[in-house]
Design a protein around this ligand. Structure first.
Ligand code: MTE
Length: 328
């Protein structure tokens, strides 16, 4: 399937001149094409959906286990982590998810567990989370576009959750699906991606102790724009693997189709491991713009990107013997 084009409104027609120029610069910096074309994961486009009321302040969480996965890297500010987002269901501009997700209702929520497992069914989020203590994990978060953040997530180990359902030997992969609610997600009106958003992991990746399901960040419930109420975090992979607002988890035998791979198969592979040695076809992945402290560091210094986003010691073994240029 080829990439579909969004409605043809020129950014300059609806955006103040300075903002428009800055956006064009970012597009240029990211090596993307003309404004208005959804050229890749999270290209910087004009707001695509009518502005809606922003959501209320998220509630505090009680996090009982802290500090097992921490980093010394300075964290990204809460403001940047929650106002510079990719969540195309709310629009393709970085500010759209915060601006347009106020009508989204993450409660009540249920998740369907399906496929090759001894236990399957539909569970309320509360039932799903009840046996687990919420942890804090400070992870690097590297977007395929070339920016990165350091975010204290709150949530549970993906493996701990999956094991409860006793996957069978036929469960070779795990497929995830995002909710599809056009009345609450104005971006779904634009056919920029093949909705609903879908992602997947090989079962051993999903069972790796670093793979995480987040319900919060910075000790508060996930704001809608970050994927409320439940989203995936795979810190050694590009950010688009981190599917948001999950409603279905399915154990499958065959490698599942994934949204960005469907949109642009030559650009976004199934594995999507952070790899400075394998360029995106349209830009280098050698360096990243770290958004830490205060401000987006739009034209600041870039830092070197590390293999597997700095988690090689823990995860490189999952890919032993694989040609990572072929399995990108
Ligand atoms: N999940 C859904 N459902 N829809 C999306 O558009 N964008 C992905 C990923 N998960 C996306 C998604 C991309 S490209 C990135 S980089 C991360 O979410 C961004 O997560 P953040 O906004 O919390 O930083």
């Amino acid at each position: 399937m080829h990439l579909r084009q969004r409605s043809d409104i020129r950014a300059s027609e609806i955006t103040p001149e300075a903002v428009y120029r800055q956006r064009r610069n970012v597009i240029k910096m990211l090596g993307l094409g003309a404004a208005g074309l959804v050229a890749g994961c999270g290209s910087e486009n004009a707001p695509s959906a009518a502005a809606e009321a922003p959501a209320a302040e998220p509630k505090a969480l009680s996090v009982t286990r802290k500090g097992e996965y921490t980093l010394t890297d300075p964290p990204t500010s809460y403001k940047d982590a929650t106002h510079y987002n990719n969540f195309y269901e709310f629009g393709t501009d970085k500010g759209d998810p915060a601006r347009n997700s106020g009508r989204f209702r993450p409660t009540p929520w249920s998740v369907e567990i399906a496929g090759h497992a001894e236990v399957t069914g539909k569970y309320t989020l509360e039932d799903l989370l009840r046996p687990h203590a919420l942890e804090e994990r400070i992870y690097r978060h590297r977007c395929v576009e070339g920016w990165s953040m350091v975010i204290p997530w709150n949530g549970i180990s993906l493996a701990d959750l999956l094991k409860r359902f006793k996957p069978t030997a036929q469960a070779k992969y795990v497929a995830f699906t995002t909710v599809n609610r056009p009345s609450e997600m104005p971006g779904l009106r634009d056919a920029v991606l093949d909705w609903p958003y879908r992602e997947g992991l090989r079962i051993d990746e999903a069972m790796h102790p670093l793979a995480f399901l987040a319900t919060g960040l910075y000790g508060r419930e996930l704001p809608n724009q970050n994927g409320a109420p439940l989203r995936l975090i795979v810190p050694w992979k590009y950010g688009f693997k981190g599917i948001k607002s999950i409603v279905k988890i399915e154990f499958v035998e065959v490698m599942p189709r994934t949204t960005w791979n469907i949109a642009a198969p030559r650009e976004y592979g199934f594995y999507s491991n952070v790899n400075p040695d394998v360029d995106h076809p349209r830009w280098s992945q050698r360096t990243e713009r770290r958004i830490a402290g205060d401000g987006l560091n739009l034209f600041g210094n870039r830092i070197g990107t590390r293999p597997f986003n700095g988690y090689a010691d823990q995860v490189a073994g999952l890919y032993a013997g694989m040609d990572l240029r072929k399995y990108f």
